[in-house]
Write a protein that binds this ligand. Structure first.
Ligand SMILES: [Ca+2]
Length: 217
């Protein structure tokens, strides 16, 4: 038992040091069920909608709406940090296009101000059909395009993310200071940080859970 406790204490120490170094945590999810915007902002109209998320009645979600301006939202809080240390392999989320124009959604990571910027090479197109669509954004080096100064490698951006953007960016990937004006309304829900299946991060998280359960007994 002593050995198990020692392992548990050591694992907790590792976890807390990882947490203090990075805001992003594996499997974190924004469901918007607390009625807030969960730190998502960015200069257009944002609303926590009380019902109609992917799970239907009573499922709160986040809505971004714009009239002839950019379409997107940013988070500088729980979606900043070290994605590499956290073991995040992709971001998943649900979108519902509530407007009349199809939207081409990308994620963008900002570090070093705007100088170290990486965005999805391929956009996820959300048709204007009023239905929820599940989007997967892989964030490995082969999935992202450097739209910053080009001076910094992928690793430096993903290890030091200060801002995550989710935004409409049709055509080829644009830089952070370029935006495309549109009139649109977009529902977003269940923004989640997902590990590689069978990854060390996933196994560590599962191991910690099992150790915690044992420790409680
Ligand atoms: Ca929700």
């Amino acid at each position: 038992l002593k050995n198990r406790l020692a392992v548990f204490v050591a694992a907790c120490g590792l976890l807390s040091s990882a947490q203090s170094a990075s805001a992003i945590l594996i499997n974190q999810i924004d469901t918007f069920h607390d009625g807030t915007r969960a730190g998502w902002d960015g200069g257009i109209t944002y609303t926590n909608v009380a019902t109609g998320g992917p799970a239907g009645d009573g499922d709160r979600y986040f809505r971004a709406a714009t009239t002839g301006s950019h379409m997107g939202t940013r988070n500088d809080a729980q979606w900043s940090g070290d994605y590499l240390a956290a073991g995040v392999s992709r971001l998943e989320m649900d979108f519902r296009n509530e407007g009349t124009t199809s939207l081409s959604m990308r994620v963008m990571f900002l570090a070093q101000g705007f100088a170290d910027s990486w965005t999805s090479t391929t956009a996820f197109v959300v048709p204007a059909d009023g239905h929820w669509h599940h989007a997967v954004f892989e964030i490995n080096p082969t999935d992202l395009t450097n739209v910053g100064s080009g001076l910094f490698p992928y690793e430096s951006a993903l290890a030091n993310v200060t801002r995550l953007l989710i935004r409409h960016d049709p055509g080829s990937p644009s830089g952070p200071t370029q935006s495309v004006n549109v009139t649109a309304s977009l529902g977003i829900d269940n923004i989640r940080a997902v590990p590689e299946p069978g990854s060390a991060a996933l196994l560590t998280a599962m191991g910690l859970l099992s150790l915690r359960r044992r420790a409680r007994k």
